[in-house]
Write a protein that binds this ligand. Structure first.
Ligand SMILES: *Cc1c(COP(=O)(O)O)cnc(C)c1O
Length: 390
């Protein structure tokens, strides 16, 4: 007679998911696993000899994670994808994979802010030097390259200020010098910009934004070309990088509705951006799909759509108190970070991150346009603009 505890451990589900009842759910399961079981000693031995094909441990990810990674590889047109617990971790892991002590890294000056902090506080400590270049650099990227430059990190359009890069021009120079290019493709999503078709070697997403789409998931992804696979895979193995399985499930789910959500975000944001251009308090609207945008022609050539986040620069007479009145009198816009979700959000500040940036020292408002009715959003912004001067 076995004891009760032994009976409990062996009862109900006895540790073999292959023997579960046939159940063909339309969505994938979410596996909770550290241990995955092997059939016999021969399999265990094969694992030890690096000759086992299947999953060996929870840190390998699960079929759910791999399904998401496969979807991203296909959508981006790359060779291999790894999911990360956040967008920032995807970026910093790429930097760790492709840079070593003594190397030089080039980053666009409109990059996602925390990337600068990583470069300053971590890369510098490990002997990687970083410098920054402006968005309109194009083929002049050659002037920023040193004999030690190994990687160019682009983000197009840039965070907060939405400068668009001439990606093919930068890529051409980079490849002539044997330098890799990576891009943060979060704004466009794989639907509106195809990095690998434009010659980029590595494409990164904050899946947290449009792909998950509901402000309830943190996840990142990095997709690499075949030539970059070895080095990137080695880093992922060394760190045993994996992503939360619920987040991978939610991202797969988000992908199914990405296009219909993006079409609505695109239409509403464009309508509001065009209307704001005619408002007296607004000096300039920073949205790549507007004809007034400095790199509109490049956007039109390389992108197949625009998403729902943009900024506008206020006329110089408005000070911080005016900005505060505007933000605080909005009703439908939440005050908060991140974007790509269903709810409209606002942030404000002096976004330009360095003095080589175009809108240095100017008050800017950033709007993430959600899925509310656009007429209501416009009425809300209009009444808030009215509070700028009172
Ligand atoms: C939010 C964001 C990130 C970071 O993503 P998290 O998932 O929040 O870590 C990276 N790049 C861009 C452009 C972003 O907007």
């Amino acid at each position: 007679m076995k004891g009760k505890s032994t009976e409990i451990i062996g009862s109900g589900y006895a540790g073999d998911s292959r023997k579960l009842e046939r159940y063909n759910s339309i969505n994938p399961p979410i596996y909770h696993a550290s241990t995955v079981l092997f059939e016999d000693y021969a399999e265990l031995k094969a694992v030890g000899q690096g000759q086992y094909e299947g999953f060996t441990y929870g840190t390998d990810g699960s079929p759910t994670q791999h399904a998401f990674e496969k979807a991203m590889t296909e959508l981006e047109g790359g060779y291999w994808t790894r999911a990360f617990p956040s967008g920032l971790l995807a970026i910093t892991s790429v930097l760790q994979a492709f840079l070593a002590s003594g190397d030089h890294l080039l980053i666009c000056n409109s990059c996602y802010g925390p990337v600068r902090r990583f470069a300053r506080n971590l890369l510098d400590k490990y002997g990687v030097k970083t410098s920054y270049f402006p968005a309109n650099v194009g083929a002049d990227i050659a002037d920023y390259i040193t004999p030690e430059t190994r990687l160019i990190l682009l983000e197009s359009p840039g965070s907060n200020t939405f400068e668009v890069h001439d990606v093919p021009a930068v890529v051409k120079v980079a490849h002539r010098h044997g330098i890799l290019t990576a891009i943060d493709n979060t704004w466009a999503t794989p639907l509106f910009f195809q990095p690998f078709a434009h010659g980029v070697d590595i494409s990164i997403h904050s899946v947290t934004k449009y792909i998950s789409g509901h402000s309830d998931v943190l996840l990142g992804s990095a997709t690499v070309s075949e030539a970059c696979y070895e080095r990137f895979h080695r880093l992922c193995r060394a760190l045993e990088i994996f992503a939360p399985q619920e987040a991978c499930y939610m991202a797969l789910r988000g992908l199914k509705t990405l296009k219909v959500r993006l079409m609505q975000h695109q239409a509403s944001a464009l309508e509001l951006a065009s209307w704001l251009e005619g408002e007296a308090a607004v000096e300039r609207v920073l949205h790549p799909a507007l004809a007034s945008h400095p790199e509109h022609a490049i956007w039109q050539r390389d992108f197949s759509g625009s998403s729902g986040i943009f900024s506008f620069v206020l006329k110089p007479e408005y000070d911080e108190q005016a900005v505060a009145r505007f933000v605080d009198s909005l009703d439908l816009f939440g005050i908060g970070y991140s974007w790509g979700g269903f709810k409209s959000l606002v942030t404000a500040g002096k976004f330009a991150q360095s003095d080589i940036s175009r809108y240095h020292d100017r008050w800017m408002i950033r709007l993430n346009i959600g899925l509310e009715d656009v007429a209501d959003l416009q009425a809300d912004v209009q009444q808030a603009l009215g509070r700028l001067s009172s």
